[in-house]
Design a protein around this ligand. Structure first.
Ligand code: UDP
Length: 235
């Protein structure tokens, strides 16, 4: 195995599957299968999940809502997604804990770094909900922050495209994929991997990012086994 401890970042939108909003149970179950496969190989798995399938603070702000209020809604949305993923994993017999950055004790444990690491050592999947707990941040930033805190080897960003391209492959037929790329090159070329705050935090802490297609069966296991089927961003 290429990694011992991973931080998997899943966007909220990915959970929609073919739907326009909310959570697609089929997609959720498929993700749970992928995750179970790597847990069974002895990989320690932490997950940060987004909330874009339910609410984004920026969307609220664009229709006149207070941004901070909207971000609170977005953070709660990530807790909802976290609960859904936790349930999907438990149905498949995977032990999990949900830790939230905002206190919601009846629903999830509070985020406690040492406790999270202990869960991981025991083979439990730890899902981090509530983002960073602060408005004006994204779950990509939460993913990088948590990955550094729990000393993950890598951040795996599961998307619906299979890596980083010279331009948007959904719009440009001539776009080509990078197998590896440096942080500086991503910045120089103006490529979009994560928002700037998240990306810089990862670079400063020398935490590699792998972008890959999470919707293809078996891909997560391939990545943790060391196959480069996505794009690796490294120093
Ligand atoms: N959010 C926040 N602080 C954080 C993480 C998330 O305020 O640390 C809010 C923000 O409003 C964001 C929403 O939660 O739009 C959902 O997160 P994100 O957009 O990152 O989800 P994704 O795009 O991954 O589905």
């Amino acid at each position: 195995m290429a990694y011992k401890r991973i931080l998997l970042k899943l966007s909220g939108e990915a959970l929609m599957g073919e739907k326009q909003y909310g959570i697609d149970p089929g997609r959720l179950a498929a993700y749970a299968d992928e995750i179970k496969e790597v847990v069974e190989k002895g990989i320690e798995v932490a997950i940060v999940i987004g909330g874009g399938n339910i609410f984004r603070g920026l969307a609220g702000a664009s229709s006149g809502m207070d941004r901070v209020q909207g971000d609170h809604m977005g953070m709660l949305a990530t807790v909802i997604n976290g609960l859904a993923l936790q349930s999907a994993l438990e149905i498949k017999g995977v032990q999990t804990r949900l830790q939230s950055a905002i206190k919601i004790n009846e629903v999830a444990e509070p985020f406690i770094r040492r406790r999270a690491m202990r869960h991981l050592e025991k083979g439990r999947v730890v899902i981090f909900g509530g983002g960073t707990g602060n408005p004006y941040f994204t779950t990509d930033s939460a993913a990088v922050l948590r990955a550094i805190e729990i000393e993950a080897d890598v951040i795996l960003k599961g998307t619906r495209v299979d890596g980083i391209y010279t331009s948007d492959p959904e719009k440009d037929k001539n776009a080509t994929k990078f197998d590896t790329i440096s942080f500086n090159e991503v910045l120089r070329k103006g490529l979009k991997v994560m928002d700037t705050t998240a990306f810089t935090l990862s670079q400063e802490n020398e935490l590699p990012i792998v972008v890959f297609d999470m919707n293809k069966k078996g891909n997560l296991l391939k990545i943790v086994s060391g196959q480069n089927i996505g794009t690796v961003v490294n120093l």
